[in-house]
Write a protein that binds this ligand. Structure first.
Ligand code: AMP
Ligand code: GLY
Length: 416
């Protein structure tokens, strides 16, 4: 199959790698891809938010499946443009991508579909913000309505910081004040062709920059899968109470959701609550979930894109575990330093079970330099989490990037 993968992160590198593992060979092109992806497949430079351009390219090149990785092209309507020219696309139309593009809209859908979520107030003035903050009390949770590259949410006990955050975003649209939810977080990816829903294996993401969940929120500093501590029947429960009602509600509105519904969940004492929906694969969770996928990713995503999800076999996952540790540049997330050489990658790759997904790297002679905040995901696979952790951190010891940092506690709670 001829497949176009859209995006340039470690997530897309992991998607490409999973496609290459298929027993049937595919012709894969990535746009724009990155330096790591360019090592394994062809990359083309295209403006990935330009729907007509992408649609033209895909139609001309005879692409049989487009996989859209990031949220921005989805929210910009790139999937709509592809569907309009008859190219199968994995990823929702603009109207359905609003589940990620607008937190206010996501709340509206969740409440209409009776999906359990935190109580929230949508505020359009600072006065309303302050009243809502005082109603819910500390810790305060303030969320920008639209896409904010992982920076839109603040969780803080500092009321002034909560107000400042709201003030920064309120000029762009409503701000959501939400009750604080306490508990373990779970990311569950659910495929849907607009009707059928099929879960992938659950993962946990580490959002805070530093060990012990300290420091600012980031795009994600690490992940692991599966989650051995989940109660039995958890995935079925989420399918029944979250995924199916949401997918039905989107169809009822005439905006069916086709692609991956990322359910961001918190397990509170009072039960599971949705904290966010995303309309795409998560990063870095994808690196660990797809590492364990034994089924053909291309078959699953094509079936999703073409309304045949109910007819393909359920995905099979390895009993191996996987963890990913993100290597971040000095100063990430606030102001990452870039342009630094990355040394030791070949030695790191010698560690058994280890692979590396590139996120923000560029070729520099024989080696690579950093070009952004989250530089690499070091992914380790093993029979248990103790071994996986040893492998990942041994590989990280062999990588040198001046000033860089990574969390040392990924999956630690499972081992303890
Ligand atoms: P979101 O972009 O909505 O996923 O929020 C980013 C992160 O903020 C989440 O992964 C949680 O760690 C945290 N968060 C979001 N909403 C809440 C909430 N209501 N209570 C506690 N933490 C939250
Ligand atoms: N790992 C969080 C996200 O992809 O949004």
């Amino acid at each position: 199959m001829k497949i176009l993968v859209i995006g340039s992160g470690a997530r897309e590198h992991a998607i490409v790698r999973a496609l290459l593992r298929d027993t049937t060979a595919h012709q894969i092109v990535a746009a724009p891809g990155n330096a790591g992806i360019a090592e394994v497949v062809e990359v083309v430079s295209l403006n990935i938010e330009d729907g007509p351009l992408i649609a033209n390219y895909a139609a001309e090149q005879g692409v049989e499946l487009v996989i859209i990785g990031p949220e921005a092209p989805l929210v910009a309507g790139v999937a709509d443009a592809l569907r309009a020219v008859g190219v199968p696309v994995f990823g929702p139309d603009k109207a359905a991508a609003r589940l990620e593009g607008s937190k206010d809209f996501a709340k509206e859908v969740m409440n209409a579909a009776r999906v359990p979520n935190g109580r929230s107030i949508s505020a359009t003035t600072l006065r309303e913000v302050e009243t809502a903050l005082d109603e819910f009390g500390s810790p305060y949770v303030v969320k920008a309505d639209g896409l904010a590259a992982g920076k839109g949410v603040i969780v803080t006990s500092d009321r002034d910081a909560a107000c400042d955050h709201a003030e920064f975003y309120i000029h762009h649209g409503p701000v959501l004040i939400e009750e604080f939810l306490d508990g373990q977080e779970v990311s569950l990816f659910v495929l849907s062709d607009g009707d059928a829903v099929v879960p992938l294996s659950p993962a946990q993401d580490y959002k805070r920059a530093f060990d012990n969940d300290e420091g600012p929120n980031t795009g994600g500093m690490g992940a692991y899968s599966p989650l051995p501590w989940l109660p039995e029947g958890f995935v079925d429960e989420i399918i029944e109470t979250v995924a199916q009602p949401t997918i039905r509600e989107m169809s009822r509105r005439g905006t069916p959701f086709v692609g991956l519904l990322y359910c961001g969940l918190i397990l509170t004492h009072d039960g599971v609550r949705v904290i966010e929906f995303n309309a795409r694969f998560g990063d870095p969770e994808t690196q660990v979930v797809l590492e364990r996928l034994d089924s053909s990713l291309a078959d699953l995503l094509l079936a999703t894109a073409t309304g045949r999800l109910a007819t393909v076999p359920e995905p099979v996952f390895s009993s191996d575990v996987a963890l990913a540790v993100v290597l971040a540049s000095e100063g990430y997330p606030e102001s990452p330093e870039t342009g630094k050489p990355i040394l030791g990658l070949p030695d790191a790759l010698e560690v058994p079970g280890v692979s590396i997904a590139h996120a923000a790297t560029a070729r520099d002679g024989d080696g690579f330099v950093s070009t952004g905040g989250r530089v690499l995901s070091v992914v380790a696979r093993a029979g248990d989490f103790g071994d996986a952790r040893r492998r990942a951190y041994l590989a990280l010891d062999r990588i040198h990037l001046e000033g860089s940092h990574f969390r040392t506690d990924i999956a630690q709670r499972v081992v303890e």
